[in-house]
Design a protein around this ligand. Structure first.
Ligand code: FAD
Length: 399
C-alpha cells in the first residue's frame, strides 16, 4: 500500500478546513478525509446555531480568541469566494438584572482587547433602536456577529481540489509505524505519513486508537432548540443573547434569526445519553454508562447537579423555558415556541470534573489530534485548519 501524505479522520468543518489548509500550505499533497457517515457535516457541523461569532467572550490570548477573530475573517472571505450566503446583522447582548450591567462592561473591554470593532454600549432606550420588541436594563451591540449555514460550508469545503473525501468509512484501528501510520476502516486499509484526528464527539476515542492516553474525555451535552412560530418571528430582527454566566458560558437562552430567516430559540444544555443522542433518537445506554464510569463526569455531575437539574426541567417544561425567553423579549408566549432540532456538543471534561474551555491540540507519533473544539470552532474552523496544517508539515519534514 502506497501511503498518501495525510489522512484526516472526520469530515466535519474542522477536518475539511484542515484538508483545505494543507492544500494551501503544501500544494500537491495527497490528502484523504475519512468520514463514517454517508455525507460530510452530519454532526456538530450540521447541528448548530449557525452563528459567525465575533470573539467577544474569550480570554484575550486564548486559542479561542485568536482563532475565532482570525477564522471569522477567513470564513467571510471563503463564503464570499464561494457565493455562500452570510448575514452580518450584529447581535445584542442584553442585561436583564442589575448585577449583569458590570459584566456587560467587562464584556465590552474583553471584546476590545480581542480587537472587535464598533461595539456600542446601550441604555434601556437604545435597545429598541436595534430590537424594537426586546427589553432590558442595558445592552451591548456587537456589529461583527453574523449567521451562515456551516453545513453548506462543509459540503463546499469537501469539493476542494486535491482533497479526496471517502464517505461511509469509519476508522476502527490506527497503527503508527516508523515511516507511516496505518489505518483500518470499516471499508478497507490506508496508510499516510501523518494522521490528523478531527473526529469531534469521538476525538478522545480516536486518540486512544492511535495509542495516546489523553487525560480529558468527551462528555456529550445535547442542545435543544425551539423555533418561533411565524406569527411571533417578527419580534426578533437578528440575534438576541443574555449576558452569559461566566460559570456556565454555554447556558442561557438565545434567539437567533438563522440565515434561512427562521428564528431559533436555544440551545439549552442537557447531558446526552450517547455521543449522537439527538432528540427523538434512542439513547445509547452503553455510551451513557461509559460516561458515568469516568470519574471526571461524576465529579462534574456532583458539582453542577443544581444548574443541570434546572436545565433538564426547563427542557421538559415549555412554560418555564418561555419565561426565560420573555426576560429578553416579553411578547413571546409558550404557544409561540415550536419544537426545533437539536445538536450534541463535544465537551471535553478534565478528571477533576472541570470543563475544558479552550481548544485543545495534542501530538502523538505521526499524528495530531484536535481534542476539544467546541463553539466557536465552526466560526474558527479555517484558522484552526491552518494552524494544524502548519504543525502537520513540521511532522512531514521537507518535501
Ligand atoms: C448545539 C450546538 C450549537 C453550536 N453553535 C455554534 C455556533 O453558533 N457557532 C460556532 O462557531 N460553533 C457552534 N457550535 C460548535 C461547532 O458546531 C463545532 O465546534 C464544530 O462543528 C466542530 O466541528 P468538528 O469538525 O470538530 O466536529 P463534527 O462536525 O462533529 O465532525 C466530526 C466528524 O468526525 C466523524 N467521525 C467521528 N469518528 C469517526 C471515525 N472513527 N471515523 C470516521 N469519521 C469519524 C463524525 O461522523 C463527524 O462527521 C455549536 C455546537 C453545537 C453542538
Amino acid at each position: 500500500m502506497t501511503p498518501c501524505d495525510a489522512i484526516i479522520v472526520g469530515g466535519g468543518i474542522v477536518g475539511l478546513a484542515t484538508a483545505r489548509a494543507l492544500t494551501m500550505v503544501r500544494p500537491g499533497m495527497e490528502i484523504l478525509v475519512l468520514e463514517k457517515e454517508q455525507q460530510v457535516g452530519q454532526h456538530q457541523t450540521g447541528h448548530n446555531s449557525g452563528v459567525l461569532h465575533s470573539g467577544l467572550y474569550y480570554p484575550p490570548g486564548s486559542h479561542k480568541a485568536t482563532l475565532c477573530v482570525r477564522g471569522r475573517r477567513e470564513m467571510l472571505d471563503y463564503c464570499d469566494s464561494q457565493s455562500i450566503a452570510v448575514n452580518v446583522s450584529g447581535k445584542l447582548v442584553i442585561a436583564s438584572r442589575r448585577s449583569e450591567l458590570d459584566r456587560l462592561d467587562q464584556l465590552r473591554r474583553n471584546g476590545e482587547a480581542n480587537g472587535l470593532q464598533g461595539l456600542v454600549r446601550l441604555g434601556p432606550a437604545g435597545i429598541s433602536q436595534f430590537e424594537p420588541s426586546a427589553t432590558g436594563l442595558g445592552a451591548l451591540f456587537v456589529p461583527e456577529t453574523g449567521v451562515v449555514d456551516y453545513g453548506e460550508v462543509a459540503v463546499r469545503l469537501a469539493t476542494t481540489p486535491g482533497v479526496e473525501v471517502r464517505r461511509s468509512e469509519e476508522v476502527v484501528a490506527i497503527k503508527p509505524t516508523s515511516g507511516s501510520v496505518e489505518v483500518a476502516t470499516t471499508a478497507g486499509h490506508h496508510a499516510a505519513s501523518v494522521l490528523i484526528n478531527c473526529a469531534g464527539l469521538y476525538s478522545d476515542r480516536v486518540a486512544r486508537l492511535a495509542g495516546l492516553e489523553p487525560s480529558i474525555r468527551i462528555v456529550p451535552f445535547r442542545g435543544e432548540y425551539y423555533t418561533l412560530a411565524t406569527r411571533a418571528a417578527h419580534q426578533v430582527r437578528s440575534l438576541i443573547y443574555p449576558v452569559p454566566d461566566p460559570r456556565f458560558p454555554f447556558l442561557g437562552v438565545h434567539l437567533t434569526r438563522r440565515i434561512d430567516g427562521v428564528v431559533e430559540v436555544g440551545p439549552n444544555a442537557v447531558v446526552a445519553l450517547g455521543r449522537e443522542h439527538y432528540r427523538g433518537h434512542r439513547p445509547d445506554w452503553r455510551e451513557g454508562l461509559d460516561v458515568l464510569r469516568y470519574a471526571g463526569a461524576r465529579r462534574l455531575a456532583r458539582r453542577y447537579w443544581r444548574p443541570g437539574l434546572a436545565e433538564l426541567v426547563r427542557s421538559r417544561l415549555k412554560p418555564i423555558y418561555a419565561r426565560s425567553v420573555r426576560r429578553l423579549v416579553p411578547g413571546i408566549a409558550a404557544a409561540d415556541l415550536e419544537q426545533g432540532g437539536a445538536g450534541v456538543r463535544a465537551q471535553a471534561v478534565k478528571p477533576d470534573g472541570s470543563l475544558v474551555d479552550d481548544f485543545v491540540f495534542m501530538e502523538g507519533p505521526r499524528s495530531l489530534h484536535v481534542l476539544n473544539a467546541p463553539s466557536p470552532a465552526a466560526t474558527a474552523a479555517l484558522a484552526i485548519g491552518r494552524t494544524i496544517a502548519e504543525r502537520a508539515t513540521l511532522t512531514l519534514g521537507e518535501p
